[in-house]
Write a protein that binds this ligand. Sequence first.
Ligand code: GLN
Length: 199
Amino acid sequence: MKKRVGVLALQGDVREHCNAIQKSGGIDSLVRRPDDLKSIDALILPGGESTTIEKLLHIFNLFHPLKEAINAGLPVFGTCAGMILLAREILDGSSDQDSLAAMDITVRRNAFGRQVDSFEKELDLQSIDAGVVTAVFIRAPWIERYGPEVEIIATVQSDSGVHPVLARQGRLLASSFHPEIVVGDRYGVHEFFINKVAS
Ligand code: GLN
């Protein structure tokens, strides 16, 4: 049976994820209210602005229901701002920035610096059967620390070292880049999330 994959639709690039879900064999479903969480098998937290999405999660009374759903085993894929929302700890966040603290990672916001606010990078994702993809990074975070349960799937080298940009912890997946923006027609990271992480 096809999986129903929700996309948190408060802010950010929601439509692109819906398209990627459809192309990856799932059924997309918008999540705006706590009740919307009841009918989904998995959830994507899109890129956008993590401080804004976090505030909207509280305003729409979704923050705690979402945390509970994750604790109860809901598979979640956080992309870019969504990765920040999943992280246990945020560096360079706004002073009162809260997170769902679901994944044992520390992320640094806007980590790749101003001169490379946005860039593309070839990533070898053959270990998850996604081939080699051109990953798009837009004011992207990186993972600066991760716990023993976290598996690093891909890294990017910068002047300051090697930085994890795709990681999995059980039913949780997080990417620094935007997997909903692809060259071609295959959404390999979405396929991995829907068919492997969420099953
Ligand atoms: N820099 C943004 C943030 O802190 C994330 C950017 C993105 O999602 N493309 O939320």
